[in-house]
Design a protein around this ligand. Structure first.
Ligand code: UDP
Ligand code: MG
Length: 349
């Protein structure tokens, strides 16, 4: 067990360093004693006591039929109902079902992250615990993946959620994300997705970001397929999110867009805006001063004077922010040893 954890850690490390292929291959060779599995299923669970026995039955039925090794990692995200007891029952019945329990509710994204960090599978599939996703879609998704995709994303073509609070905002958000990130899928929100493990090793997840893994992954160049999947209304328990999620989604989109496009060159965006603004402000101020001195036009009753000073100062501030951003970006990449690129293959000797 000990060695398993160590080796897994070191493989996590090696992929941090730009998926350093050499290091990775070594890890794989050395870890012949580690039980690798073909697939890991990661399921976030928060107050889903009634759904869990059904989830177990349908997952086990599908997975046992496939001739692949598997594990299911159920992450109890600080449930306050009987979910944990149900999970322990499941683990006692079938040791392929592993349970992680959080101390408190950290949120769906963190629950999924904990699952990814501990998954041994070459392919990792995520799925909701509330029976809205259908485990029977898994074999087809794996088949699709074997055609050479890095991510296969479920598309709830026939989505069974509330129209105004959930489906409409989601259509708009999906369009927006598709355009902004140039990753054209219809349904970012569907949890049922399959990923190659090295994709997930190269991604950090904060906030509510598990939804945008395909968009975030796009920076490293991935092949993504989308596949219609079944979707059912929630039978038990309550949905954990409402309309307020829309705002959070927008905030996350802005953050991700910024991080992906400009975090490696903050001076390019802040500096450009700043230099332009400072120039405009400077020219305006100078002009007003010339008018005052040579044409004797009073400054006191001209709001443009104040505005031009603001524009100038704002510009200077933007430039300084860009420089600070550059320093922070460098500190981050050099301090953490995180590269600014991801290697796919490295043919050496
Ligand atoms: N979930 C979680 N932590 C949370 C909220 C939700 O682990 O803080 C889990 C929940 O148990 C479910 C999945 O995330 O398995 C999706 O939640 P929900 O069904 O409420 O979201 P929706 O399907 O409406 O997007
Ligand atoms: Mg749900």
């Amino acid at each position: 067990m000990q060695s398993e954890a160590t080796i897994k850690n070191s493989s996590g490390q090696s992929s941090l360093s730009a998926g350093d292929e050499a290091g990775k291959n070594k890890t794989v060779k050395d870890s012949s004693s580690v039980k690798k599995t073909d697939i890991s299923i990661v399921v976030p669970v928060y107050n889903e006591e009634e759904s869990l026995p059904h989830l177990y039955a349908s997952l086990a039925a599908v997975l046992e039929k496939m001739d692949k090794t598997y594990e299911v990692i159920l992450v109890d995200d600080g449930s306050r109902d009987d979910s944990y007891a149900k999970l322990v029952d499941i683990h006692n019945k079938n040791k392929n079902f592993k349970i992680i329990r959080f101390r408190r509710n950290f949120g769906q994204t963190q629950a999924m992250r904990a699952g990814f960090d501990n998954a041994l599978g070459e392919v990792i599939i995520t799925l909701d615990a509330d029976l809205q996703n259908d485990p029977n879609d898994i074999p087809a998704m794996l088949e699709k993946m074997e055609e050479g995709y890095d991510i296969v994303s479920g598309w709830r073509k026939n989505r069974q959620d509330k129209l105004f609070s959930r489906r409409m905002p989601s259509v708009i958000a999906n369009r927006l994300i598709s355009r902004l990130f140039n990753v054209h899928i219809h349904d970012y929100g569907c949890t049922l997705k399959a990923y190659k493990r090295d994709i997930l090793d190269n991604i950090e997840l904060y906030g509510e970001m598990h939804r945008y893994i395909p968009a975030v992954a796009s920076w490293m160049g991935v092949k993504i397929a989308e596949m219609p999947v079944n979707h059912y209304p929630r039978k038990f328990g309550k949905a954990k999110y409402g309309i307020s999620r829309t705002v959070r989604v927008i905030i996350d989109i802005i953050t991700i867009k910024f991080l992906l496009t400009y975090s490696k060159k903050p001076m390019q965006i802040f500096g450009l805006i700043g230099v332009l603004a400072a120039l405009v402000g400077l020219v305006l101020t100078l002009w007003l001063i010339i008018e005052r001195i040579f044409f004797n036009i009073s400054l006191g009753n001209r709001p443009l004077f104040i505005l031009s000073i603001f524009i100038f100062l704002g510009g200077i501030q933007f430039v300084t922010m860009g420089l600070l951003g550059e320093i922070m970006m460098r500190t981050y990449h050099e301090g953490t040893g995180k590269p600014t690129y991801v290697i796919k293959n490295f043919l050496k000797d």
